[in-house]
Ligand binder design. Sequence first.
Ligand code: SF4
Ligand code: SF4
Length: 249
Amino acid sequence: MPPLRMLYSRFTSCSGCQLTLLNCEGELATLAEAVEVAGFSMATSRCDDGGPVEIALVEGSISRTAELEELLGLRRRARYLVAVGACALTGGVNVLGEGDREVLIGQVYGPGLEGESFPPQPVSRFVRVDLELAGCPPEPGDYLRLLGSLARGGLPELPTYPVCMECRLRENLCLLSESRQPCLGPITRAGCNARCPALGVICEGCRGPAEEPNWSELAGLLRELGIGPREVRLRMARFVGKDHEDSLR
Ligand code: SF4
Ligand code: SF4
């Protein structure tokens, strides 16, 4: 079977998602045989030749005109375009920050920021996305499942149910109901095998919303813990982007 031609592109992001793929050290030799890297700035100095690819992995939100043009070009070149990580799926941490955007930019970068930028947007706002790898960053196993499935000719099925499902399967103590901590597992997409709750750490929601999350029910439970409405909203908004603003009011 010919190697899978893959391109990894980075937009407005911290590069943590790419790093997770490169951290699959036990599998990299196998991947190198199965995958032809057409471009991946963190992994190779080989220049992208601009040709068609089987899969384009896209990390980061879109916040500049040049990024948007590159994304549109990627969509034309790729059979499958996969959005990777919270930034690409929802805007991620890039959309956080209350107040005037110009003021925020000035506070972070100082005066005279050059370049054309706009509020960060998820990748799906501009192009068709064939699959989403959730997480901030995704799990190494997400990448391996994706590339393994593609090598066999298709896209994998990924969980859309909440973290609580995996947490209960691990028979963890429930941090929300039993030790009254503000765990976001009930509204968060599974796939991490409830790593944080298994270590006694609350879920912060980094994999984004599960399918049909019950926002109001969880918000009510968090308020019963004595957390104020603004803090509840900020906690729940961290990895969900702007699309769910109305649900969080
Ligand atoms: S999703 Fe998280 S790890 Fe990935 S680029 Fe964005 S901030 Fe970094
Ligand atoms: S600890 Fe969190 S993720 Fe686990 S069952 Fe309780 S609420 Fe759900």
